[in-house]
Design a protein around this ligand. Structure first.
Ligand SMILES: CC(=O)CC(=O)SCCNC(=O)CCNC(=O)[C@H](O)C(C)(C)COP(=O)(O)OP(=O)(O)OC[C@H]1O[C@@H](n2cnc3c(N)ncnc32)[C@H](O)[C@@H]1OP(=O)(O)O
Ligand SMILES: NC(=O)C1=CN([C@@H]2O[C@H](COP(=O)(O)OP(=O)(O)OC[C@H]3O[C@@H](n4cnc5c(N)ncnc54)[C@H](O)[C@@H]3O)[C@@H](O)[C@H]2O)C=CC1
Length: 283
């Protein structure tokens, strides 16, 4: 089945990026979020990214306009009744995702693929709330989506080879490099990345070093492009905590215990860059 129209759920940092790369790949995009304000913020981010591409000579004004014209922001999921694919990029919470998948199952036509950009949650469990588990798959983009090459593809227990192939092909069409991994908590990306971030937070919590010092060590000592605390702020501390909880509960192993300081920051509403404060402050 040729994928021409895609529904993207969530216009946050990931949903906006996914909408942009999908529209750049020539797809028609229906971008859905709960409130018009959230959609406006998502479109503003996409517009800013495209303007930078124009300034840098990577796109013409016409190409920028064409990409934007392919993205339809809407609070009504029903606008995607004729889409061949949905990519869900809403908040990292199982109940929220299950509700969205039930809704998408009703709205999207028979045969349409339902993908999730979840960072860590089991694809098989999400698929089980739909009438089409064979058409459900994990399509995990990395942040910032327009820049990062990887898409981790995760099959649920029932996902068919045809669906896997369609998502693999689409990832390539979007200029990405797909890598297949199995359906285990945190997949590969966050099983490896998030315990490192959590450990960096423990270093601050236990007074081993300041956030600045922890980040300097990892940047200058290990050549990481961003220190782990800057990266945690960039990802979103709510998302980091949600992923650690999935690892902790999923494996039942105390080595994944979320750092109490991470919990405290999330309870305070210090979610990182997106709220203006996390381990660092942002204007
Ligand atoms: C949590 C999960 O489930 C999975 C995840 O996504 S984990 C997070 C994975 N991501 C990472 O680890 C990112 C680590 N950081 C980096 O790779 C780099 O710091 C970075 C690519 C984000 C920025 O690169 P940099 O060299 O430090 O800065 P900078 O020179 O400003 O940016 C490099 C390019 O990226 C672009 N860029 C940076 N941030 C961007 C953003 N938020 N959106 C779009 N483009 C962005 C810049 O415009 C720039 O492009 P050009 O110069 O070609 O125009
Ligand atoms: N932040 C990151 O670095 C990465 C995040 N992810 C995953 O992507 C998903 C989204 O993360 P972010 O974009 O960072 O979060 P975000 O907080 O920036 O955006 C989430 C958006 O989803 C919307 N939303 C929530 N419930 C909704 C619903 N029922 N219907 C429509 N929209 C709804 C919110 O209003 C918000 O705009 C999560 O599953 C996260 O784990 C995946 C890769 C990287």
């Amino acid at each position: 089945m040729e994928i021409r129209k895609v529904l993207v759920i969530g216009a946050g940092q990931m949903g906006a990026g996914i909408a942009q790369v999908a529209a750049q790949a020539g797809l028609e995009v229906v971008l859905n979020d709960l409130k018009p304000d959230f959609l406006e913020r998502g479109i503003a981010t996409i517009t800013k990214n495209l303007s930078r591409d124009v300034e840098k000579g990577r796109k013409t004004e016409e190409e920028k306009a064409a990409v934007l014209s392919r993205i339809k922001p809407t609070t009504n999921m029903g606008d995607a009744h004729d889409a061949q694919l949905a990519i869900e990029a809403a908040t990292e919470n199982m109940e929220i995702k299950k509700n969205i998948f039930r809704q998408m199952d009703e709205v999207l036509p028979e045969g349409a693929i339902l993908a999730t950009n979840t960072s860590s949650l089991p694809i098989t469990e999400i698929a089980a709330v739909t009438s089409r588990p064979e058409l459900v798959i994990g399509m995990h983009f990395m942040n910032p989506v327009p820049v990062m090459k990887l898409v981790e593809i995760i099959r649920g227990l029932a996902t068919t080879d045809e669906v896997y192939k369609s998502i693999e092909d689409l990832s390539k069409q979007m200029g990405k490099v797909p890598v297949e991994v199995n359906d285990f908590p945190g997949f590969v990306s966050n099983r490896v990345l998030m315990p490192m971030i959590n450990e960096a937070i423990y270093c601050v919590f236990e007074g081993v070093a300041t956030p600045e010092a922890v980040d300097e060590v990892m940047k200058l000592g290990m050549n990481h492009p961003m220190g782990p605390l800057t990266l945690a702020d960039f990802i979103g501390l709510d998302t980091c905590l949600a992923i650690m909880e999935v690892l902790y509960e999923g494996f039942g192993d105390s080595k994944y215990r979320p750092c109490p300081l991470l919990r405290k920051y999330v309870k305070a509403g210090w979610l990182g860059k997106k709220t203006g404060r996390g381990f660092y402050t942002y204007s």
